[in-house]
Each structure stands twice: as structure tokens, then as C-alpha cells.
Design a protein around this ligand. Structure first.
Ligand SMILES: Cc1cc2nc3c(=O)[nH]c(=O)nc-3n(C[C@H](O)[C@H](O)[C@H](O)COP(=O)(O)O)c2cc1C
Length: 182
């Protein structure tokens, strides 16, 4: 089994998850890791699995990752799994927090599914976790999304810890689950 992990990152959160998944895959076969910009599309036919990682930008996968997914061949040999990091709440939350996830990260998972389906690529699933935001993004969230002082005081210190040890463990489990299903 040969896998390729291809990711985009600006502040390191998505790279951290990519490296955790790489570590798990290294124990069970050959795995390469690189950024989406460095992938040579002509080499993709060597792989059984492509794992694609993105930060969430504007509620969807970051544009360089969408562009990369759009450039994938139709009906390839490889299967695809995805992961993304995002600053909004996690999707397991109810009420306002769940609504904010839908609004601010809810298109990420369907984008993976839709692109795979349109290109006849077998999609094995997707992992996501929170990732701390850069100062300008924190400022945007404070001004536009979490304007309530109490909510902000709960949200920000927690966000700044992510990806945390639980996220890392969950990413390892995700990688292991993908390996077990291949
Ligand atoms: C331009 C930009 C737009 C962003 N938009 C969103 C967003 O819509 N929803 C969200 O949850 N996080 C958003 N974020 C936060 C990032 O998704 C989050 O911090 C992510 O973990 C960054 O990953 P990285 O460190 O790999 O770059 C945005 C970040 C940037 C830089």
C-alpha cells in the first residue's frame, strides 16, 4: 500500500495533523507527504490512497486545496480521504454552536464528497478538528461572529489550545481506521 498525504497550511495547524497521519501510516507501508502545490499530478497513479488536508477558509476548503482537488484525474486508481482544521466550533455541538459550525465550516466535508463523486473517486471519509486562528482571523471572529463578551471569554482560550492532545489522538484513530479499511 502506497499513500500520499498532500496538504495546504498557512499557520501550521493542518500540517500538524498531516504529520500525525503520516506517523501512523509510516508504521504500515510506504507514505509520502508534501504540500498540494508540490504534488506532481503525473505521479498520482503510483498511489493507492491520497489523503488531502486543508484549513477551512470562508466556510469551505481553502482555495489552493479546492484547486488541487479540481485538478485530480477522473476514475483514478487511488482512493481519497480528507481532513481539515477550522476555527469555529466542532460539529458535535447543538444550538448556536452547531449553527456556527454549519455556517463557517459546513461546506468542507461536502466539498470533499462532491468532488470525489463528480470524479468517480472512492471517498473514505474525513477528519476535522479546531485549529487556533491567526491574530487577524481572531479579530474578525471577535468583530463579526462572537460579539458576546462571555462567549468570547469561553471560546478564545479554548480555541488557542487546538490542535490539542485529544485532536491528535482522534487524528491517529482516523488514520488507523482508514488503514484498517484498505
Ligand atoms: C483567510 C482565512 C479564512 C478563514 N476562514 C475560516 C472560516 O470560514 N471558518 C473557520 O472555522 N475558520 C476559518 N479560518 C481559520 C482557519 O481555518 C484555522 O485557523 C485553521 O486551523 C488554519 O490552518 P493552518 O494553520 O493550517 O493554516 C480562516 C483562516 C484564514 C487565514
Amino acid at each position: 500500500m502506497k499513500a500520499l498525504i498532500a496538504y495546504f497550511t498557512q499557520t501550521g495547524n493542518t500540517q500538524m495533523i498531516a504529520e500525525v497521519i503520516h506517523e501512523v501510516f509510516s508504521t504500515r507501508g510506504e507514505v509520502d507527504i508534501t504540500t498540494v502545490r508540490r504534488v506532481d499530478l503525473d505521479t498520482l497513479s503510483e498511489y493507492d490512497l491520497l489523503i488531502v488536508g486543508a484549513p477551512c477558509h470562508d466556510g469551505d476548503l481553502a482555495p489552493p486545496v479546492k484547486g488541487f482537488l479540481d485538478s485530480l484525474p477522473e476514475s483514478p486508481r487511488f482512493k481519497l480521504a480528507g481532513f481539515f482544521t477550522h476555527a469555529t466550533y466542532t460539529p458535535d455541538k447543538n444550538g448556536r454552536e452547531g449553527e456556527l459550525y454549519n455556517q463557517w465550516a459546513g461546506r468542507c466535508h461536502p466539498t470533499f464528497e462532491n468532488i470525489c463523486s463528480s470524479k468517480n473517486i472512492e471517498f473514505l471519509g474525513c477528519f476535522n478538528c479546531q485549529g487556533k486562528a491567526s491574530p487577524p482571523i481572531e479579530a474578525f471572529i471577535r468583530q463579526e461572529i462572537i460579539t458576546d463578551d462571555d462567549e468570547w471569554d469561553r471560546y478564545l482560550p479554548d480555541l488557542r489550545k487546538h490542535p490539542d492532545s485529544t485532536d491528535i489522538e482522534n487524528a491517529k484513530k482516523f488514520a488507523q481506521d482508514i488503514l484498517d479499511r484498505l
